[in-house]
Design a binder for this molecule. Structure first.
Ligand code: PLP
Length: 383
């Protein structure tokens, strides 16, 4: 194992650190300061969509940095126009307009604000187990109680119902609810899924009761589940989609994708952010879309996911594989922490979850069959 990477005296302790310090990355591999390599099945927190330091992303950033490092939304930028058009063109109708922000939590804050504005209502319905970020409104929608507790007082008007329980939504969805906010695959909760019929019913109920449907696709978006978005799957298109994580392959960026109806009343000066839609982030986002298509990464995710599911299901100690594409939860018959630690010692990075027995895989979309087989072999040995 590399030298320890304790939190320095100049940093506020935020996350529990893994005992490694990384200095370099290429594709699905990262290296520590001693030169030891790790296969990154965590994707830098579900962010390294096109892999670490993809040459096209690096080139787009370098080129843009040499032309114009930054200008805000008071001017038009061709990089911003191209990124918005690239994203909107891949979204299912009637999702048609993009509002660039800087992170996942900011995307959710603005999605909720837009839904309240469109409906004139105040309340937000979200789900036990869900996670939407750490700013005031987003954390008040958290379905993992510890996050809400940490941010007291919460924003008023948030209501929580069990994930997957349609009757609970039916009972709670009254004329005060502006939006139903859902992570279509609950990642942090341990990769929890629901059947297609559940999402179809949510769409129908929102329409009947005059509420908007928001998909938090911060993790499921940008190719991770084998399609650009989960929005559109099973014939269900939400009114708003929040995006972040892999959208710019590691350059900080978030976005809210909205329908024509949500966009219609919005006037200049009502929504904004200084840095959102900056030229570097937009250059990286446009290059990310291009790489995903040119390198057939959606197909790679679908094939790789199947290989992982088949291989992992065959291992002793694995109870269940949940999720889609490269957002997978491995439910074990034992605590996950020692398994993660043993994998790390062998040079494999995997994530934990809110459930001690569930590990998460969120690898770059470029992960190859050979890399998957190496991981399966190590996993078999560790278990
Ligand atoms: C589903 C989901 N929504 C929102 C967020 C918040 O994103 P950010 O950390 O960029 O604010 C996360 C972060 O992990 C997430 O997984």
């Amino acid at each position: 194992m590399s030298r320890s990477a304790a939190i320095s005296s100049a940093e506020l302790p935020t996350y529990t650190r893994w005992p490694i310090e990384l200095v370099r990355g290429r594709g699905s591999t990262v290296w520590d300061a001693s030169g030891k390599s790790y296969l990154d099945l965590y994707g830098g927190h579900a962010v390294a969509a096109t892999g670490h330091c993809h040459p096209e992303i690096v080139r787009a950033l370098r080129e843009q940095a040499g032309e114009l490092l930054f200008y805000s939304n008071v001017v038009a930028l061709s990089a911003r126009t191209r990124a918005a058009e690239a994203i909107a063109a891949r979204a299912p109708a009637p999702l048609s307009k993009v509002f660039f922000v800087n992170s996942g939590t900011e995307a959710n804050e603005n999605a909720m604000r837009l839904a309240r504005r469109a409906t004139g209502r105040t309340d937000i319905l979200s789900f036990h187990g869900g996670f939407h970020g750490r700013t005031a409104d987003a954390i008040s929608a958290a379905g993992l109680a510890k996050y809400r507790e940490l941010s007291k007082p919460n924003v008023p008007g948030h209501r929580l119902v069990p994930f997957g329980d349609l009757a609970a939504v039916e009972a709670a969805l009254d004329e005060r609810v502006a939006a139903v906010l859902i992570e279509p695959i609950q990642s942090l909760a341990g990769v929890v899924t629901a059947p297609a019929s559940y999402f179809q019913s949510l769409r129908r109920l929102c329409d009947e009761r005059g509420a908007k449907l928001i998909y938090d696709e911060v993790q499921t978006g940008f190719g991770r589940t084998g399609t650009f978005f989960l929005a559109g799957r099973h014939g269900v298109v939400p009114d708003l989609v929040s995006l972040a994580k892999g959208i710019a392959s590691g350059f900080p960026m978030g976005a809210v994708l909205v329908s024509d109806e949500i966009a219609a009343p919005v006037q200049p000066e009502e929504y904004g952010t200084t840095f959102g839609g900056g030229p570097l982030a937009c250059a990286a986002a446009e290059a990310t879309v291009r790489v995903i298509e040119e390198e057939h990464l959606l197909e790679n995710v679908r094939a790789g996911s199947q290989r992982l599911k088949t291989g992992l299901s065959a291992l002793a100690g694995v109870r269940e594989i949940r999720g889609e594409g490269f957002l997978l939860g491995i439910a074990l018959d034992r605590p996950g922490k020692p398994v993660r630690e043993a994998l790390l010692a062998r040079g494999f990075l995997v994530g934990g979850s809110d459930r001690p027995d569930v590990l998460r895989l969120l690898p770059p979309l470029v992960l190859t069959a050979e890399e998957i087989d190496r991981f399966l072999e190590a996993m078999g040995q560790v278990l």
